[in-house]
Write a protein that binds this ligand. Structure first.
Ligand code: AMP
Length: 109
């Protein structure tokens, strides 16, 4: 039996809850944050289960590099040519609330 999705981002990945998708490929998914902190606020997540930034390993080099390329392309496509922030919150003391690695792409203000 397939593993049950145990957090909201895994449910977005398996499409059991909806999201406004901005980018989708073999390695990552990007979607608009439901509580945007800026005019553009997109979350980019690996499709591989990685719970926090502290859990990354050398095996994740490709997906991590890929996410940065996707972030730069999304920033350009979403009108953030003047600049943006790319933020990762890691762990309880780092303000992470969803236990699946995600990069916040923020801009437009
Ligand atoms: P963090 O605090 O770094 O773990 O960020 C989690 C982010 O996920 C927050 O900005 C939330 O607004 C966002 N979020 C939570 N649930 C959803 C959802 N169903 N769709 C889109 N974004 C979400």
């Amino acid at each position: 039996m397939a593993m049950m999705a145990d957090n909201v981002f895994l449910k977005i990945l398996d499409r059991s809850i909806p999201a406004k998708v901005a980018h989708d490929d073999d390695l990552c998914l990007a979607f608009h944050d439901v509580r945007p902190q800026a005019p553009v606020h997109v979350l980019i997540i690996p499709k591989k289960v990685i719970r926090t930034h502290a859990d990354v390993t050398a095996a994740d080099r490709e997906v991590l590099g890929h996410i940065h390329l996707v972030a730069a392309k999304l920033a350009a496509d979403l009108g953030l040519a003047d600049g943006y922030r790319l933020v990762v919150n890691c762990g309880d003391r780092g303000g992470q609330t969803v236990p699946h690695l995600h990069f916040h792409l923020l801009g437009g203000r």
